[in-house]
Design a protein around this ligand. Structure first.
Ligand SMILES: NC(=O)c1ccc[n+]([C@@H]2O[C@H](COP(=O)([O-])OP(=O)(O)OC[C@H]3O[C@@H](n4cnc5c(N)ncnc54)[C@H](OP(=O)(O)O)[C@@H]3O)[C@@H](O)[C@H]2O)c1
Length: 291
């Protein structure tokens, strides 16, 4: 599979990673099945796993996804040192809701909990899940800089950020990667300049919800443009869309989620799909309703 840069200070990874969220939130499979899904990604050659402490049901279940990842890496027959695990801190799940808490004291506690859940001494890539409007960004990033100095995180990533926020964070500590939403349904990362900025600054861009997320991805098989391209090439509509997202810039890495081994393998196959300019433009121009 094609290898792309995860950003300065981080190893290169496969252009298709694995997003852990769907196997740990509502509607998740059982733990054994979920571990099989992660193992399918690893066996298919994926070298980047994206997780978060809050990929779970609620605050009593924090670390669910990180524990699954740790279990899969222990069971895997391959070299687990070759796998980059990116996790996140800065949110909480009271009553199952998603809330911000990027206070330095929370981030430091959350990082300790992630180290324990992942069963590692150092986290490969620790991402601020989202800026917290109640906390100056500089304070949150300052906490991650402390964690880096303490050897608890190897590199820092940001998520759900603007170009201005990336600049402010980079003034404190190098930003290795940025994780924002990007799919044909949601193109704000292209419109607001974040993808372009990360390309110019040698940062990885992790495209989250790259097939539109849990609900919208189900519209792809009926999409008039995507389905025709998929049929003519003999690949799935999801693979076509992932190929389109990967084509936005050379530093884009997609992290599709999946609850089945078949969906993991199908997404990995997208790395082999090269859209023609005409197909690319047709998707660019098409309407993707989020209704
Ligand atoms: N930083 C953030 O704030 C943030 C927010 C959201 C997500 N993320 C990260 O990004 C990852 C991906 O986002 P997401 O899970 O929201 O959305 P997504 O990857 O766009 O969509 C996930 C859903 O699409 C289906 N799917 C994916 N690939 C498929 C394929 N090849 N064929 C058929 N169905 C396919 C899966 O269905 P099945 O479940 O039926 O397999 C899965 O539930 C997450 O897992 C998480 O790691 C980060």
């Amino acid at each position: 599979m094609e290898i792309r840069s995860l950003g300065r200070g981080a190893p290169n990874v496969t252009c298709v990673g694995f997003g852990g969220m769907p196997i740990s939130i509502a509607g998740r499979p059982g733990a054994a099945e979920s571990v099989r899904v992660v193992l399918a990604a690893l066996d298919a050659g994926v070298t980047l796993i994206d997780t978060a402490d809050v990929y779970c049901l609620d605050d009593d279940d924090i670390g669910h996804n990180e524990r699954l990842v740790a279990r899969a890496l222990k069971e895997w027959s391959g070299d687990s040192d070759s796998i980059v695990v990116a996790t996140k801190g800065g949110l909480t799940r009271p009553g199952g809701r998603w809330e911000s808490d990027a206070r330095p004291e929370h981030l430091k506690r959350a990082c300790e909990a992630s180290l324990a859940a992942l069963e590692v001494d150092t986290i490969d890539l620790y991402q601020l899940h989202a800026p917290d409007s109640a906390v100056p960004l500089e304070d949150s990033v300052g906490a991650l800089a402390d964690l880096h100095v303490e050897g608890k995180i190897r590199a820092m990533g940001l998520s759900n950020v603007s170009v201005d926020e990336i600049r402010r964070a980079a003034a404190i500590m190098p930003v290795t990667s940025v994780q924002n939403r990007l799919s044909p349904f949601f193109r704000e990362a292209l419109d607001d300049g974040v993808v372009e900025y990360t390309t110019l600054e040698d940062m990885g861009f992790l495209a989250y919800s790259p097939v539109g997320g849990g609900r919208l991805n189900r519209k792809l098989p009926d999409h008039p443009v995507v389905s025709v391209i998929a049929q003519s090439r003999g690949v799935s509509p999801h693979a076509v869309v992932l190929a389109w997202v990967l084509g936005r810039a050379p530093n884009v890495i997609v992290i599709p989620g999946a609850r089945t081994e078949a969906h993991v393998l199908d997404s990995v196959a997208s790395a082999e799909v090269e859209l023609t300019d005409e197909e690319d433009r047709a998707i660019e121009a098409a309407e993707f309703s989020i209704a």
